[in-house]
Write a protein that binds this ligand. Structure first.
Ligand code: NAD
Ligand code: WQD
Length: 344
């Protein structure tokens, strides 16, 4: 049994599908502050399997202890957290409380219940402005927002914990830009309000919910002047969590921690695409035109950002398989069949 915190969210729901398909039993622990229980009904529909749900908050240690005991989990995948960069600048204490305190409470509960295998959702945002590309895991860590700093603080806590207790098996996964949806079109990203991120905004323009995309700057030192990112298909990302569990288990079976600490890897494709590349690919996938207007740069944005995904391949045998075409096609399948997300 795997306990999945934040399992009703965008990446969590896709990971639950892959876990159930691989034969794991799953208990989701979520407070639904940024998700809808309908996502979990859809996960069951896709897989034809049942999962357990416990509604609770990660800052509630007693609820986590009860969930770990009730589920008899052997490992935890920890997605629960808040993720909007701008919101974290406006409300830093809320972000540190949810993300850092929520993780501390979870680790205490895991220690109490002797559950010592953890896969944690970190973010490539911990690197900050790149001094060198592609980004390797050894790149200096210098996040530029409270959100990013909350992820770095958690990473440091996890490293300290693993150092103090070698029986902890911890994987830190640094995601690049997750996009796309399950090929069934039944689950996908369902942002509340105006989407902050590029692909969900483009999807809403394509489906007619918004008029035009603001392209935040076309004067960056990139081939077409727009920002370049490493977009990764959410299904590839979900599969990365299974590979991380496998790698942690293998290190446990070998009675040796060959990672000398936490298994920390980038999950990206290694390939960068510009804003306009994404828009053109989405136009092809949706057969709709996406009106764009050039707008001033968004504060805090970086010109170019992409992973060296070599370590994930070397240590866990994981590699992204799906390209930009599949990312756009699956996003469009989800968006066009669920134009208002789970409320459609
Ligand atoms: P999401 O908001 O869709 O999912 C997060 C889930 O956690 C939601 O279901 C929410 O209700 C739940 N949650 C939040 N706080 C909670 C709490 N205190 N107790 C219990 N449940 C709580 O986000 P996502 O895109 O699926 O991201 C999952 C994780 O991956 C997050 O930790 C995020 O920071 C990280 N991440 C996301 C991205 C991205 O661009 N989507 C990139 C890098 C890292
Ligand atoms: C991508 C590109 C924008 C919207 C953010 C977080 C990061 C991580 C992933 C969690 C940029 C441009 C965007 C729009 C645009 N999340 N853009 N018009 O900023 O790389 O990363 O999400 O860990 O921490 O910072 O992703 O999708 O917002 O932007 O032109 O309406 O699209 O300027 O070049 P970003 P994004």
């Amino acid at each position: 049994m795997i306990l999945v915190t934040g399992g009703a969210g965008y990446i969590g729901s896709h990971t639950c599908v892959e876990l159930l398909n691989a034969g794991f039993n799953v208990t989701v622990f979520d407070n639904f502050c940024n998700s809808n229980p309908e996502a979990l009904a859809r996960v069951e529909q896709i897989t034809g399997k049942k999962l357990e749900l416990i509604q609770g908050d990660c800052r509630d240690r007693a609820a986590l202890v009860a969930a770990l005991k009730q589920s008899q989990a052997i490992a935890v995948i920890h997605f629960a957290g808040l993720k909007a960069v701008g919101e974290s600048v406006e409300q830093p204490l809320w972000y540190y409380d949810n993300n850092v305190v929520g993780t501390l409470r979870l680790l205490e509960a895991m220690q109490e219940c002797s559950v010592k295998t953890l896969v944690f959702s970190s973010s490539a945002t911990v690197y900050g402005d790149p001094v060198q590309l592609p980004l390797t895991e050894n790149h200096p860590l210098s996040p530029t927002s409270p959100y990013g700093r909350s992820k770095l603080m958690i990473e440091e806590i996890l490293r300290d914990l693993q150092h103090s207790d070698h029986s902890f098996r911890i994987s830190i996964l640094r995601y690049f830009n997750p996009v796309g949806a399950h090929p069934s079109g039944l689950i996908g990203e369902d942002p509340q309000g105006v989407p902050n991120n590029l692909m969900p905004f483009v999807a809403q323009v394509a489906v007619g919910r918004r008029e035009a995309l603001n392209v935040w700057g076309n004067d960056y030192p990139t081939p077409d002047g727009t920002g370049v990112r490493d977009y990764i298909h959410v299904v590839d990302l979900a599969l990365g969590h299974l590979k991380a569990l496998e790698a942690l288990k293998a290190s446990q079976d070998a009675q040796a921690n060959k990672y000398a600490g936490c298994l920390t890897v980038n999950l990206g494709t290694g390939r960068g695409y510009s804003v306009l590349d994404v828009v053109h690919a989405y136009e092809q996938a949706s057969k709709r035109s996406i009106p764009c207007q050039i707008a001033p740069r968004r504060s805090g944005d970086i010109a170019c950002f992409y992973a060296d995904p070599g370590r994930a391949f070397e240590l866990m045998g994981w590699q992204a398989k799906l390209g930009l075409e599949e990312m756009c096609a699956s996003s469009w399948h989800w968006q066009s069949t669920n134009p208002k997300g789970y409320q459609s």
